[in-house]
Design a protein around this ligand. Structure first.
Ligand code: ASP
Length: 435
């Protein structure tokens, strides 16, 4: 089954919300949330509005996006693999994709570590402020609850192979779903076309149906985004911003340099696209990532943007994007590096060059292992801290501002997936769009 002609997915043109409307929802949500926090931050009325209004509304939108992820990944990834045709080509594309992911994630981790060494945001934080921060978050939640200890070791590798694909799907185990979809796609490619024709059509239909659902969900994106941003901003402890100011600035500036400095270079060098054009076309996925704080929730939109706006071939998008959303988290790697060194600086622990190399390698591994869900990066932070013997309770200091940083790192994570897909498409001679 080497050739999968790919008919147009829809007969009707799609009508999603304009990106400017999503951006409007985002700005309005953030601005009114901050204003509400300043005016009525401690009142029960605002707490009720958030608890019974904006939070459930935002969550419903987010869940509707996540709802389509598993069937979409299964359909797109298995067809993507089957569409690549022979196994040798699959191996080549797979290797190229993984190497690209690894190269870019390493760049991100190095940038983060360089910045945090230059700025040293933790060095100036008074011990009294540190203790107060730790105490505040201990009383709200123990760092262990805030950051359930991830497991990473040989069992992680074993768990990549699901015992039961339906079980993996129902538990949202993306790596398990990906493994099964890859195997399914390989098997489709091996069988003669007449034996798989009906199945392939059904899979295609499944993917197209999911895309229609996403289109519907995305029609209310401006409202969903508004609700999510209002909730975050209204709840946000603004005083934390001041106390952790320099740390926040270091992470955000690092992410911004990567997004608007490093990616444009990679785009130019590896894809041949004009960075400006690339960002203009990729904008909807970037905004969705920022609002949802989740690579997985953004995955359907990322796929759609790659296929429709960037015009990349479906089999490449179907292969690269789901893998990227799960394994390539450049923003998360940058964040992990900065945060571990920040915590070490606050505790007065000196990390020499070789310890920092350990931090870098663990940060890269953890960004691969982190789940593409809100706070997925915080959940694995424990392990990066442990790798160099820093007290895990340091996490309590940064938990309060994590949502804000998470939103920013997902922007970098999602953009990385699209850059990788564009690179792979081009290197396979399949970049459809004029530059
Ligand atoms: N929320 C991020 C993502 O979904 C992961 C993280 O927390 O860094 O990409």
């Amino acid at each position: 089954m080497s050739d999968l002609p790919d008919p147009a997915p829809h007969s009707k043109p799609r009508k999603g919300p304009k990106t400017s409307h999503i951006l409007g929802g985002l700005i309005l949500g953030a601005a009114s949330g901050v204003a509400a926090n300043l005016a009525w931050g401690k009142t029960a009325a605002l707490a009720n509005i958030v608890h019974y209004g904006t939070e459930p509304a935002g969550q419903m939108w987010l869940r509707a996006l996540i709802m389509v992820v598993i069937p979409l990944v299964f359909s797109r990834l298995s067809l993507g693999v089957a569409g690549l045709g022979d196994l040798r080509k699959l191996g080549r594309v797979g290797l190229k994709t993984m190497l690209f992911f690894l190269m870019v994630t390493t760049l991100a981790a190095v940038l983060g570590l360089t910045l945090v060494n230059l700025v040293r945001p933790g060095a100036g934080l008074p011990a009294e402020a540190r203790d107060r921060l730790v105490a505040t978050y201990h009383s709200v939640q123990s760092p262990k609850d805030a950051a359930p200890r991830g497991e990473f070791g040989i069992q992680t590798l074993v768990n990549v192979v699901p015992r039961n694909p339906l079980g993996a799907a129902s538990q949202g185990d993306m790596l398990g779903v990906i493994f099964f979809s890859l195997a399914f796609g390989v098997a489709l490619a091996v069988l003669p076309p007449e034996r798989t024709k009906v199945l392939v059509e059904a899979l295609r239909g499944l993917g197209d149906v999911m895309i229609v659902i996403i289109d519907l969900v995305m029609t209310v994106a401006p409202y969903g985004v508004f609700a999510l941003l209002f909730t975050v901003a209204a709840r946000f402890g603004l005083d934390l911003l001041a106390r952790l100011g320099l740390y926040i600035v270091t992470v955000v500036v690092g992410l911004a340099i990567f997004e608007f400095g490093v990616y444009p270079i990679l785009i130019k060098v590896f894809t041949g696209w004009s960075p400006w054009l690339f960002f203009r076309r990729a904008w909807t996925a970037i905004l969705t990532g920022f609002s949802t704080s989740s690579s997985n929730a953004t995955l359907p939109t990322t796929l759609e943007v790659c296929e429709e706006s960037l015009g990349l071939p479906r089999e490449v998008c179907g292969f690269v994007v789901p893998l990227g959303a799960t394994m390539c988290m450049n923003g998360t790697a940058l964040f992990e590096g900065v945060t571990v060194l920040f915590i070490a600086q606050v505790f007065g622990i000196h990390l020499n060059f070789s310890s920092q190399i350990v931090v870098m390698v663990t940060a890269i591994l953890m960004s691969i292992g982190a789940a593409g869900v809100p706070s997925g990066g915080i959940q694995v932070l424990f392990l990066v801290l442990e790798s160099v013997g820093i007290p895990g309770e340091g996490i309590a200091m940064v938990v309060g501002v994590d949502r804000l940083l998470d939103m920013c790192r997902v922007v970098v994570n999602v953009t990385g997936d699209m850059v990788a897909a564009t690179y792979v498409a081009r290197s396979e001679g399949k970049s459809a769009r004029p530059v």
